[in-house]
Structures are given as C-alpha cells and as structure tokens.
Write a protein that binds this ligand. Structure first.
Ligand code: ATP
Length: 135
C-alpha cells in the first residue's frame, strides 16, 4: 500500500466540490488516512510549490493556494499516487484532462484546476511531512 497527499484547492472548496472529490476517492477504493480543512500560510504554500519558485505563475499560484480554505488529505491504497492522478486528470482541465476526471468534469483554467496529488513516492513523503508533520 502507498500514501499520497491530496489537496482540494481553494477553488474546489469554494465551489462546493469537496464531497464530490472525496466520493470519487472512496468509490475508487482508496482510503482516507488524514483529512483537514485549513487555510495554508505562505510558508507552507512556498514549501509545497518549491519546485515552481521563479516560474511566471509562481506568485499567482501561492496567492491562490493561500487565498482561502483548502482540504488537505492523506490518501492510502494500492498504487494510490497513480490512482489519484488518474482520477484528477491532466494539469490543464481543458486540453489535457479528459471528461470523467475531476479536472475534466469541473475545471476550465490551469490555475483553478481544483485538486493536487503527489506525483511520485518522494513527492508524497515530502508533501505529507509539510501538511501533516505529525504523521
Ligand atoms: P499539482 O502539482 O497541483 O497536482 P500538476 O502536478 O498537475 O499540479 P504542476 O505542473 O506541478 O501540475 O503545476 C502545479 C500547479 O501550478 C498546477 O496544478 C496549477 O494549479 C498551477 N499551474 C501550472 N502551470 C500553470 C500555468 N501555466 N499557469 C497558471 N498556473 C499553473
């Protein structure tokens, strides 16, 4: 079994899609190992998105992710990292994510793409430590 860090980003929370995202995770057969509604402070957001520091969209991304409450979760199960990324769909909700995925069904803009999921076991370890240091 594997763990991944999932965020329902502030756009997903403000649009009332938390239940929808959790339902899809659960129907897939993945389990919730931790879950918290919180507003990320700048330090957490910058650590989470450290790999994007210096990119053109970085400041907007940090502003957006700290701009309202989000839901952070640890999701557990067989091949959880890849399984959740498949549920999420590609980064661009229109050009990459296909219908049937979370982003493909509910998103229009790259920045407001509703969810995050770790992209590798190393990222999952790093991100779980950032969001849930006690786990
Ligand atoms: P996430 O890390 O949130 O799961 P991802 O792995 O699909 O997304 P990354 O390339 O790591 O995509 O980008 C991180 C996040 O930065 C994206 O989810 C999106 O919210 C934002 N982002 C990426 N590219 C752009 C862009 N060109 N313009 C605006 N925002 C962007």
């Amino acid at each position: 079994s594997e763990r991944t860090l999932v965020l329902v980003k502030p756009d997903g929370v403000s649009r009332g899609l938390v239940g929808e995202v959790i339902a899809r995770i659960e129907r897939k057969g993945l389990k919730l190992a931790a879950l918290e509604l919180r507003t990320a402070d700048r330090a957490v957001a910058e650590e989470h998105y450290a790999e994007h520091a210096g990119k053109g969209f970085y400041n907007d991304l940090v502003e957006f992710i700290t701009g309202g409450p989000l839901v952070a979760m640890v999701v557990e199960g067989t091949r959880a990292i890849s399984a959740f990324r498949q549920l999420a769909g590609g980064t661009d909700p229109v050009e990459k994510a296909t219908p049937g995925t979370i982003r493909g069904d509910f998103g229009l803009e790259v920045q407001y793409n509703l969810v995050h999921g770790s992209d590798s076991p190393e990222s999952a370890d790093r991100e779980i430590k950032i969001w849930f240091p006690s786990l």
